[in-house]
Design a protein. Structure first.
Length: 435
């Protein structure tokens, strides 16, 4: 990959050129839900049945550009958000007050919180992973912990036992790094590389059954596969190709130069249920994972309205509910709600009813109507920006097109002449002398 390749939007004011997909995150106990769209965090407190406005009593800057990554801690006490404005904000979820704002030299592509909630890691678009200690004073700066050699990091997850960090990139690689005891001094021990994808890797998810101490890793990517890994050894255990599932790639529906990809993946804690979002597919694909046999199998597609193509998924195992959202930042004013010019999103929930209590795989998915959604109209108004979502098909069509273009621009490498490459190197912000 050419040096400086991904810094095209770092110079000038082009940070708003690329659309960012709407993201959704749900508290581990489903006590609150967050949708990020554009620079806005939309929070709904399900426990208190009310919308929440995040606060920063420390006087730190608010997000001013598209948010690209959000994450709850495993205990739900912390929440992190980061994106194109090069800031990472860390929030206490009991008050939704910001306890730390961290500056990044580059735009941020991924964020994660350690299992013990003592550290926040984030990846910038130059492929470096940084770490911030929450045990130290507020003035503690982020320090680099590991890098991916100038490749965009697309996903970053801590293993359930907290011993490893898994990072995926657009150069087809997944790296498993040992998370050190003294994390601020860097992570220098690579446990394994998980190699096998033939295109960019877009998303990761860990799975671990309750009766097994050993976990596994799931990945999805631009080759339209979901893969199961033994991440300790880096061994590929199973590949599930999605291009022939339920005809989602019918030739009549594929636009010229369009590229299908797995855009998001999430799994129940025991791995028995896997939900997959595919670019251009109006619904969610369901897979099952047999951790004993180490196999993946296709279960069914849950189709939604034609205009709904999920941009983010999260599965709350304790409630047997899959939360999905569709939306994008940086739409034109004609695509927005004419009443308040808010960016529109659409939230849909799939509930899983277990038909056989003795069989964890026997779940019957049901798409909830808006009247059945936890939090009802108040939640939908807060997270979506509008209740009349059915009348906003033009906005959602624009969102789907914007996200598709953004994904292709970010994941597919551009080719430059030698002269153009040298010019881009000279214009990199991190090479400029700071006054």
């Amino acid at each position: 990959m050419e040096e400086g390749l991904i810094e095209e939007s770092e110079s000038g004011n082009s940070c708003t050129d690329e659309a960012a997909p709407a993201l959704i995150a749900v508290h581990p106990t489903e006590s609150s839900v967050v949708v990020a769209v554009g620079s806005e965090l939309r929070i709904f407190d399900l426990k208190g049945d009310s919308a929440v406005s995040p606060l920063d009593e420390l006087g730190g800057p608010h997000h001013s550009a598209s948010i690209r990554a959000i994450s709850f801690s495993s205990d739900g006490e912390l929440f992190a958000s980061a994106g194109d404005d090069k800031i990472i904000k860390i929030w206490k979820t009991d008050s939704w007050n910001c306890i730390r704002t961290v500056q990044s030299e580059k735009k941020v592509s991924a964020v994660s919180i350690s299992q013990d909630s003592q550290y926040v890691t984030f990846a910038d678009k130059f492929g470096v992973v940084w770490i911030v200690s929450l045990k130290e004073d507020r003035d503690t700066k982020a320090v680099p912990i590991l890098g991916h050699y100038c490749s965009i990091i697309t996903s970053m997850k801590f293993s359930p036992d907290g011993r490893f960090i898994a990072t995926a990139d657009r150069d087809y690689k997944i790296r498993i790094t040992v998370f050190p005891r003294n994390a601020l001094k860097g992570a220098h021990e690579i446990q394994s590389f998980c190699l096998g994808h033939t295109d960019f890797v877009s998303c990761l998810a860990f799975v671990c059954s309750q009766d097994q101490s050993k976990g596994f890793l799931l990945s999805g990517g631009g080759d339209l596969t979901v893969r199961l890994w033994d991440y300790i050894s880096g061994s590929l255990l199973y590949t599930c190709a999605l291009d022939d599932k339920a005809g989602i790639l019918e030739a009549s529906e594929i636009e010229e130069n369009d590229k299908r990809a797995v855009t998001d993946i999430c799994a129940s804690s025991d791995g028995s249920l896997i939900s997959v979002a595919v670019q251009g597919f109006n619904g969610v694909m369901l897979l099952s994972c047999d951790l004993v046999a180490k196999t993946l199998s296709f279960v069914k597609n849950v189709s939604m309205e034609k205009s709904f193509i999920p941009t983010s998924l999260v599965l709350v195992s304790s409630k047997e509910r899959l939360w999905t959202v569709m939306g994008a930042s940086n739409l034109t004013s004609s695509d927005l709600n004419n009443n308040n010019q808010r960016l529109l999103t659409r939230v849909r929930i799939i509930s899983f009813l277990q038909k056989d209590p003795l069989d964890s795989c026997s779940r019957d998915p049901a798409l909830l109507e808006d009247s059945q959604v936890p939090g009802g109209e108040k939640l939908l108004m807060q997270l979506q920006g509008c209740l009349d979502a059915a009348a906003q098909e033009a906005a959602f069509a624009a969102a789907a097109a914007a996200v598709r273009t953004s994904l292709q621009n970010m994941m597919i490498k551009k080719q430059y002449s030698v002269e153009r490459r040298e010019l881009r190197k000279r214009n990199r912000n991190d090479k400029k002398i700071k006054s």
